[in-house]
Write a protein that binds this ligand. Structure first.
Ligand SMILES: Cc1cc2nc3c(=O)[nH]c(=O)nc-3n(C[C@H](O)[C@H](O)[C@H](O)COP(=O)(O)OP(=O)(O)OC[C@H]3O[C@@H](n4cnc5c(N)ncnc54)[C@H](O)[C@@H]3O)c2cc1C
Length: 596
């Protein structure tokens, strides 16, 4: 089964619960009209469903053959990329000054979800170009911006982001790629990068690599790293392409999933060094990288949402068709007399888990995007700073929770297919394989959890997380005040989840950087996202009850999902809290269990 972009549902999730609706009403986005938002989402969804989705299985089968330094992308992909870029999608949120449309990140996030759901291996390429645009626009010199930004924004050229080396993965500070100053003010880059997404391909005539490297006098660790722009082809003063730079793809990886995305080993300096141009200041490359990291991490989180949505659609369709057994009370009037498996409570539970987790992850990701918009567009420095901290707090949860959800939901989708999920022809297995990279790249989920606990909880002396807890509590109070029996135990269970989050937060804030805190980081992140996701789903349900009858609002369905989440998933919060507070010792003191 193919993917149909759930545009109405996505538009609803964006406008209700995430803060996008109030932001629009307050004028954060100027005169941006709701019908423009709807039209953009509808068109992005059409491209996803009609053009990209049919390419997904083709990419999985063909991969990206590599011969003599040249990568061939799967049949139809190059044209699809060019059509996608020609439609202006690459510059949706990019600065107008450089040819972009400067629409909100929140809208871009919704579109990224749809493109990645249609074809994740395709979607990851533009994510890196967009992140590169962000870094260059913030930190590049005027000359670099003039030469590179218009073509990166239009998508005529694509970008890459190059941190990883064999000995430097999570530990970026261990990188050894060298940069040496040349007399003309440029730099000579030598070394090797591994696992570089779209490091080589045939989509565009030029590829603009953003590469982290170390100058000879760079201090050790992350403080000695600088960021360089290294074009595949030099650019002449008239904008035409010049000589080939001294950088090449050495090989392409054979991977578990995202076969359509070429993952390359890159070699710099076969002929003395690739020409690189400094972005920002020497030794300050990590600061530049951090600019693009919030955005890139959110985008990878959206890949988790995307694959979960696609897997859910496919599992639902299968469960309506496949008949096995007979549920109690079913009549034998149809077919063999057996029931569609969707009628079995255990299958229903799996499907509800898929839908609830997907929507919770989507809501967290969209809320993060709105915070990024507020951080950029807020009326004054104080609101921009508060929004920046909110985005920083939410980003690790958006990345790690949503990508874990991608894997869990894809796994459930496969389970619902039974044996047909394990064979390749249904496509359920491809989602499962594709989903698996997202918890690994763009900072592993373990690193995200550590980031949340050690860097984000202490923001503003704990005031950022406290303000967020207060907001979650207000949602709980609103659910309780609604006094609507359809919500069942939603208010109570969400209230308990927020209590657990608060206790775990206080415990961690008292132990920054200690091993016990690091040991509890992953359950804490899950607890955080469980409380946040439950509250956001409740907000969506509450909004639906307030709206005039509207097919997308569907209050009964939204309340059912919020309630399912609260009563079946948020109840795990207590166990997660215990794992953070009491379980840490059993991790730090258990080396004996791993000996031998
Ligand atoms: C398909 C694919 C595409 C990629 N694309 C790119 C790209 O475009 N650009 C790029 O630069 N890189 C890219 N990467 C690299 C990716 O970002 C790294 O693989 C990732 O950051 C993890 O690094 P590593 O593989 O070295 O694992 P390691 O860092 O060795 O980690 C192994 C395990 O140890 C854990 N761990 C490591 N350090 C710590 C710590 N301090 N505390 C607790 N746990 C820790 C990790 O969480 C993980 O579970 C890509 C990788 C793949 C597979």
């Amino acid at each position: 089964m193919t993917y149909r972009a759930p545009v109405a549902d996505i538009a609803f999730a964006l406008k209700h619960g995430t803060g996008f609706g109030p932001a629009m009403a307050q004028g954060l986005y100027g005169d941006l009209a709701e019908d423009v938002v709807d039209a953009v989402l509808a068109e992005a969804g059409r491209f996803a469903s009609d053009v990209l989705a049919p390419l997904n299985a083709i990419g999985d089968r063909h991969g990206t053959p590599f011969r003599d330094g040249v990568v061939t992308t799967p049949p139809g992909w190059r044209q699809a990329y060019r059509d996608w870029a020609a439609a202006g999608w690459n510059g949706l949120a990019a600065p107008a000054q450089w040819g972009g449309q400067e629409l909100p990140q929140a809208i871009n996030a919704a579109c990224l979800e749809m493109w990645n759901a249609a074809c994740m291996a395709f979607g990851i390429g533009p994510v890196l170009t967009m992140a590169g645009v962000e870094a260059l626009a913030h930190h590049g010199s005027d000359a670099l911006k003039r030469i590179y930004l218009p073509k990166l924004v239009s998508g005529e050229w694509m970008g890459t982001m190059q941190l990883t080396e064999p000995q430097a993965g999570s530990d970026v500070g261990a990188l050894r790629t060298k940069a040496e100053r040349a007399p003309d003010g440029t730099y000579r880059i030598t070394g090797q990068k591994i696992f570089i997404t779209y490091g080589e391909h045939d989509f565009t005539d030029n590829i603009i690599h953003l590469v982290l490297a170390r100058l000879p006098d760079g201090p050790p660790g992350t403080r000695g790293i600088s960021l360089f722009l290294v074009p595949k082809f030099a650019v002449n003063p008239d904008g035409s392409l010049g000589a080939r730079n001294d950088v090449r793809a050495h090989s392409v990886e054979h991977k578990l999933g995202i076969h359509g995305s070429p993952t390359c080993t890159m070699v710099y300096g076969d002929q003395g060094g690739a020409t690189g141009f400094l972005i920002g200041e020497e030794h300050r490359g990590m600061a530049c990288m951090f600019t693009m990291m919030n955005q890139a991490r959110l985008a990878v989180g959206l890949q988790g949402v995307a694959i979960a949505e696609r897997a859910t659609q496919q599992a639902l369709a299968f469960a309506r068709e496949r008949r096995q057994g007979r549920v109690s009370g079913a009549s034998a009037e149809t077919g063999s007399g057996s029931s569609p498996i969707i009628a079995h409570p255990d299958v229903k539970r799996m499907l509800l888990t898929m839908r609830a987790l997907t929507r919770a992850a989507r809501a967290i990701c969209y809320a993060t995007a709105v915070a990024l918009d507020r951080a950029k567009l807020g009326a004054n420095a104080a609101t921009r700073q508060a929004a920046h901290e909110r985005a920083s707090l939410l980003t690790p949860a958006a990345k790690a929770f949503a990508t874990d959800v991608g894997c869990e939901v894809a796994s459930l989708g496969l389970q619902i297919h039974g044996g047909m999920g394990f064979v390749e022809e249904t496509g359920a297995a491809q989602h499962y394989r594709d989903a698996r990279i997202a918890p690994i790249y763009e900072g592993t989920n373990g690193i995200q959890a550590i980031d949340l606990v050690t860097r984000k909880l202490p923001l503003s002396g704990g005031a950022t997380i406290k303000a967020y807890l207060d907001e979650l509590r207000r949602t709980v109070e609103t659910v309780n005040a609604a006094n609507d029996p359809a919500f069942g135990w939603t208010g109570v269970r969400l209230g308990e989840a927020v209590d657990s989050l608060e206790r775990a937060t206080q415990w961690l804030l008292a132990r920054p950087q200690q091993d016990a805190a690091l040991a509890g980081a992953t359950p804490y992140l899950r607890l955080f996202a469980t409380a946040a996701g439950g509250a956001l789903l409740a907000e969506e349900a509450l909004a639906a009850t307030r709206l005039p009858a509207d097919a997308a609002a569907d209050p009964a369905a939204r309340i059912a999902i919020a309630r399912f989440f609260a009563e079946n998933i948020a109840v795990q919060a207590h166990g997660l809290e215990r794992a953070v507070i009491e379980g840490a010792d059993s991790v730090t003191g258990a080396d004996a269990a791993l000996a031998g």
